[in-house]
Design a protein around this ligand. Structure first.
Ligand code: HDE
Length: 695
């Protein structure tokens, strides 16, 4: 008889039989016995059942077969769009009663915390695609209210590419990898996307946002959210008010720079999901304010755009935000698949007091989400999964189907019945629809009021600060630069010409195609609307570094006091300092103490941080000069317009990176008050004046 191979680790407790007097169940629980899906204890999880030590594996090995079968079926279809995402649990709390606006229970009592689950996502990429693709971000919130689940399934951009749901499959097919070659992944920078975009004038406003910094957020914690469509709130008296929903992050709205995004995608493909995980698990809970722009039907009729058109915003200068309450994310899921992957959002999940509008894009979504869950989760009973289950009783006579987990009792499964009676409909408290008067002919037609595709695109561009405008032009040039078909580039330049002549010229110039824009005729005259400063991220940026992440590069011989002071100052501002050293084992400081490192330099390029400090010893700096990663650390931080702190000993590194120590106020020499000056400089976030020098 061959000897059994040694076990991989000391797991002998698994084998321990129940001590005398213990029940079998106790023994199983306490010893942490492993079992099959049928609950049968497993004696050996290392070896299949064979005939002799070198013989064939037996078909009767139910332990092996069950394990492999389960493994074979682990994957479910990923979401067609928004496949790549991450989620967190939290709560929503109303600031006060909003009874005048809505009867929705979760917006009445400020002492009530309504549990929520939030899923953030990119749109185009597959599940394993990089977090920092240029893309719209999903911002989907499921409120487990006392009246059932309410889903606010929004994006981080307040408008959309198309006006009618019937165009959605075309849009998504155009942006997804091209079907004959299966690339590019998670990128709009290719022919089919720009072919569709340039042929679809209604996408122009959204394209301006998608090419802006909004499409490369710094963090899910630093991103706005929007319900996009017009919705209707209804109060207890039956009065309806139109609203647009807005989420505002407490930390402010920030983005990375495109070159940084490209590098982050290489250095840490999980940048956003890791950032959320780090913050929530550290107890630094992300917070967002929910507001509405509320307006009456009469006011809507006065606007110079149609509130049912999802390619339009309502400038905040016309309808200001009314804050409703706050959302706090306080717990990461225990299991990504069970919660983040299986969560099923649907814009049709409404509670009494919140209703749809006739926005044709929204109307199409009402059908799509339920349908997609049936294919993704495979059963109409997906609402019974823990993450989707309402936190109130569900009572009805829907029955059976794949994977039913509830066990209904009673003889009758119909309503009304005289056996079990309940549940019955509730005319007084149940969901009723706002009695909007609708009439008209049956037809396929785009309303005339949806025809102006350029005025708001122009308004958006004119509302941005100069650096933001520069980024829009650079993004168009980058994306169109990847388009092989010259005719598509020309057509798109023609669309840009209708938005803003300078922008079109700038993009044409960057493409090396001056004067080649196709001449296009807008369907409606392009108007000059007053700029809306609320559309600029940077005009709204708080002078705070809360939630940001900084790094100090230390070597053997670095100064402990400098690191300690920097850490103290940054933490006092709610920011984080991480130590980067040549080796992950850390650095031996000048005073002989060991400084533990969070990262080895090779794995922590400066693009992963919001600002950096180079604090090597003289010998350390000399050694780092031979490492391209160290020189790039400085060079990239400079090119990404970040604040850079440095000691005198670090100057050779700066010189090697081509960075002048007095280049601008973003270069902070560490002497007296170095840490304090660094923090002050970091509060400006980026050195925008530096940009024309480096790009
Ligand atoms: Fe979605 N969208 N969408 N969408 N959407 C999906 O539903 C769809 C649109 C949004 O984290 C799918 O469960 C159509 C606008 C988010 O699970 C699918 C149309 C907005 C998420 C679907 C739109 C969104 C989705 C894919 C045009 C912002 C991710 C998987 C009429 C207001 C939710 C799924 C999550 C997901 C359809 C347009 C937001 C296929 C047909 C506009 C945040 O049902």
């Amino acid at each position: 008889m061959a000897k059994k191979p040694e076990r991989p680790a000391d797991l002998s407790f698994v084998q321990k039989p129940g001590a005398a007097g213990e029940t079998h169940q106790q023994a199983r629980d306490e010893a942490g016995w492993m079992t099959t899906d049928q609950g049968i204890p497993i004696s050996d999880n290392q070896n299949s059942l064979t005939v002799g030590p070198r013989g064939p594996v037996l078909l009767e090995d139910f332990v092996l077969r069950e394990k492999i079968t389960n493994f074979d079926h682990e994957r479910i279809p990923e979401r067609v769009v928004h496949a790549r995402g991450t989620g967190a649990h939290g709560y929503f709390q109303s600031y006060k009663s909003h009874a005048k606006l809505t009867k929705a229970a979760f917006l009445q009592d400020p002492s009530v915390k309504t549990r929520v689950f939030v899923r953030f996502s990119t749109v185009a990429g597959s599940e394993g695609s990089p977090d920092l693709a240029r893309d719209v971000r999903g911002f989907a919130v499921k409120f487990y209210t006392s009246e059932g689940n309410y889903d606010l399934v929004g994006n981080n951009i307040p408008v959309f590419f198309i006006q009618d749901a019937i165009k959605f499959p075309d849009l998504i097919h155009a942006v997804k990898p091209e079907p004959d070659r299966a690339f590019p992944q998670a990128a709009s920078a290719h022919d089919t996307f720009w072919d569709f975009a340039s042929l679809t004038p209604e996408s122009t406003h959204m394209l301006m946002w998608a090419m802006s910094d909004r499409a490369i957020p710094r963090s899910y914690r630093m991103m706005e959210g929007f319900g996009v469509h017009t919705f209707r709130l209804v109060n207890a008296k039956g009065k309806g008010t139109f609203v647009k929903f807005h989420w505002r992050p407490k930390l402010g709205t920030f983005s990375v720079i495109w070159d940084e995004a490209v590098k982050i995608n290489g250095a840490d493909i999980d940048f956003h999901r890791r950032d959320l995980w780090d913050a929530v698990t550290a107890g630094d809970y992300p917070e967002y304010e929910l507001s509405v722009q509320a307006f009456s039907e009469e006011e809507a009729a006065e606007f110079d755009f149609d509130v049912l058109d999802p390619t339009k915003i309502i400038p905040e200068e016309i309808v200001p935000l009314t804050p409703l309450g706050k959302l706090v994310l306080d717990r990461m899921p225990d299991n990504f698949f069970a919660e983040t992957e299986q969560v099923a959002f649907c814009p049709a999940n409404l509670v009494p007091g919140i209703e749809f509008s006739n926005d044709p894009l929204l109307q199409g979504r009402l059908f799509s989400y339920l349908d997609t869950q049936l294919s993704r989760l495979g059963s109409p009973n997906f609402h019974e999964l823990p993450i989707n289950r309402p936190h109130v009783d569900v009572r009805n006579f829907q029955r059976d189907g794949h994977m039913r987990t509830t066990i209904p009792t009673g003889r009758a499964a119909y309503e009304p019945n005289s056996f079990n009676g309940a549940p019955r409909e509730t005319p007084a408290g149940g969901f009723t629809s706002f009695p909007a008067a609708e009439s008209g002919e049956k037809l396929r037609i785009r309303p005339e009021s949806f025809a102006d595709h350029y005025s708001q695109a122009r308004q958006f561009y004119h509302s941005l600060t100069e650096p933001e405008q520069r980024h829009v032009a650079a993004a168009f040039a980058f994306e169109l630069g990847k388009v092989e078909t010259a005719a598509i580039r020309k057509r798109m330049l023609g669309r840009l010409l209708l938005v803003d002549e300078e922008l079109a010229d700038e993009v044409a110039d960057r493409l090396g195609m001056p004067g080649q824009a196709e001449k296009l005729k807008p369907a409606a005259p392009v108007r000059d609307l007053p700029p809306s400063p609320a559309l600029s991220q940077y005009l709204k940026a708080p002078q705070s570094i809360q939630g940001k992440k900084f790094a100090v590069l230390a070597t053997d011989g670095s100064d402990e006091k400098l690191v300690a002071e920097l850490q103290k100052r940054l933490e006092a501002e709610g920011a984080l300092l991480q130590i980067v050293a040549p080796k992950v084992g850390g650095a031996k400081l000048a005073n002989g103490k060991m400084l533990e490192a969070h990262h080895a330099l090779a794995g922590a390029p400066s693009c992963l941080f919001d600002g950096v400090v180079a604090a090597p010893s003289a010998a350390g700096a000399a050694m780092l000069l031979k490492h391209a990663a160290a020189v790039d650390w400085i060079r990239d931080a400079f090119a990404h317009l970040k604040v850079i702190g440095f000691t005198g000993d670090a100057e050779p590194l700066l010189a090697a990176a081509g960075v002048k120590p007095d280049a601008d106020e973003g270069l902070v020499r560490f002497g007296k008050d170095g840490a304090a000056k660094f923090v002050d400089a970091a509060k400006k976030h980026r050195l925008w004046n530096r940009e024309p020098e480096v790009r």
